[in-house]
Design a protein around this ligand. Structure first.
Ligand code: C2O
Ligand code: CU
Length: 448
């Protein structure tokens, strides 16, 4: 195994990434940032220097489990203090397995710095005109190959697809991205696919209109893709047969002091000032809410299709503490939003782990009925999964990675409006924390 060294400088530069000149946060002058090439077992060392004048940053290695290095996860408030302007921070971690991963900033919204391959808000449907795609991998796991005309992809997910270049080489084809799940307010995103050696110039527009994608509100179509995504028979890791603990998480849109927020079991998540990892290792327990967040909601009485009579929620930075090594089921329940007949897709992302995607359903989850329908045979493992409109998604993971890990909706605005939780497991097994992650913690109890 080798060590891959990267030196990054984060700064504002003028770019033309969507054909319009604007100021963007860049890494070494570019956006998206550099591609890091490494193989399983390699150590990646990235020295990040923040040259922004006024904004903080942290870089999250999305999908890397950070086995033994929870402090390198790059999640401000959970695993580290922000990297202040002028400061340098070193990320050092081992690549735990092959796949395609993204990195992105994990610090607030205004201060956003985005270099991921996916969106901050929209769910997309991607199509290559005239070419079917065979889906073979998602989030670093092989899936039982299946063929699609177009692919639904949610913020935080990654996929690999195979296509055959077997069409007429003398014309070009559209690559099209259409917004789904929310009513699109933007035109189709396009690029051109051109065959090498064909008679069309690579820049010539195809002779057709770009594909319009499926109807934006066809959630049944998108659930179909979720259900088709199962583990490859030769690469399946079957889940443990049962869970030690089940947590039901209601996703609802709420109000706090008249402002729109998102809440989980009526609690809107806020990040503590002291990162949890630091607070727990150094006994700074006054630095976050010690009351555990609710394990469930009124799951027998809640009308997931209706507008809540009382939309008010509370805020908390409380933490779920999981027994080390235990098997945890999480059921994410979607619901109607503040406006009637409205529910959107939430792509939930878990840091530090992969989980088994056990099942999806529409309507209210019934703990007495639905667990019997779980796919325990060949569920695919992922780190980001969609919760469809008015539906539920069940997942299972083993709490075997010592640290504190964020679990949140990957729509950036939703997370910073409260749509997330944090899990602690095996904190006593976490080694000495690097000094670098605790710069925002006052010295009263914080180490040296
Ligand atoms: Cu790519 Cu906390 O996420
Ligand atoms: Cu969301």
């Amino acid at each position: 195994a080798k060590t891959v060294h990267e030196q990054w400088e984060i700064s504002y530069q003028f770019t033309h990434s969507d054909c319009v000149r604007k100021l963007a946060v860049t890494i070494n002058g570019g956006t998206p940032g550099p591609t890091i090439r490494a193989v399983q077992g390699d150590t990646v060392v990235v020295t990040v220097k923040n040259l922004l004048m006024t904004e903080n940053v942290a870089i999250h290695w999305h999908g890397i489990r950070q086995l033994g290095t929870p402090w390198a996860d790059g999640t401000e408030g959970v695993t580290q203090c922000p990297i202040l302007p002028g400061d340098t921070f070193e990320y050092r971690f081992v690549v735990d397995r092959p796949g395609t991963y993204m990195y992105h900033a994990h610090y607030g919204m205004t201060y956003r710095f985005r270099i991921a391959s996916v969106t901050s808000l929209s769910a997309l449907n991607f199509e290559i005109e005239g070419h079917e795609m065979t889906v073979v991998e998602t989030d670093g796991h092989y899936v039982k190959p299946f063929v699609v005309k177009n692919l639904n992809i949610y913020s935080g997910e990654t996929y690999s697809v195979l296509i055959k270049a077997d069409q007429d080489p003398n014309r070009n084809y559209w690559l099209a991205s259409n917004v789904v799940s929310r009513k699109p307010g933007t035109p189709t995103g396009t690029a051109v696919l051109s065959y090498y050696g064909g008679r069309s110039s690579p820049r010539a527009p195809p002779p057709t209109a770009p594909p319009a994608g499926p109807a934006w509100n066809d959630s049944a179509y998108r659930i179909g893709q979720s259900l088709a995504t199962v583990a490859h028979p030769e690469h399946a890791h079957p889940p443990p047969p049962r869970a030690d603990r089940t947590i039901l998480l209601l996703n609802s849109q709420n109000k706090i002091d008249g402002r729109i927020k998102w809440a989980i079991n009526n609690v809107s998540f806020t990040l503590p000032h002291t990162p949890y990892l630091v607070a727990l290792k150094h006994g700074l327990l006054g630095d976050f809410d010690q009351r555990p967040p609710p394990e469930t909601y009124n799951h027998t009485g809640y009308d997931v299709y209706g507008v809540q009579a009382n939309p008010n929620a509370t805020t908390s930075d409380g933490l779920y503490r999981l027994a080390f090594g235990s098997v945890v089921d999480v059921v994410l329940q979607n619901a109607n939003m503040l406006a009637p007949n409205n529910s959107e897709t939430h792509p939930w992302h878990l840091h530090g782990h992969d989980f088994w995607t056990l099942g999806y359903g529409v309507g209210r989850f019934d703990p007495a009925v639905h667990p019997a329908t779980y796919n325990l045979r060949d569920p695919v493992m992922k780190n980001t999964v969609a919760v469809h409109p008015f539906g539920w998604t069940a997942l299972r993971f083993r709490a075997d990675n010592p640290g504190v890990w964020a679990f949140h909706c990957h729509i950036e605005a939703h997370f910073f409006m409260g749509m997330g939780v944090a899990f602690e497991e095996g904190i006593e097994r976490v080694g000495d924390l690097p000094e670098e992650i605790r710069r925002c913690v006052s010295t009263k109890g914080g180490g040296h």
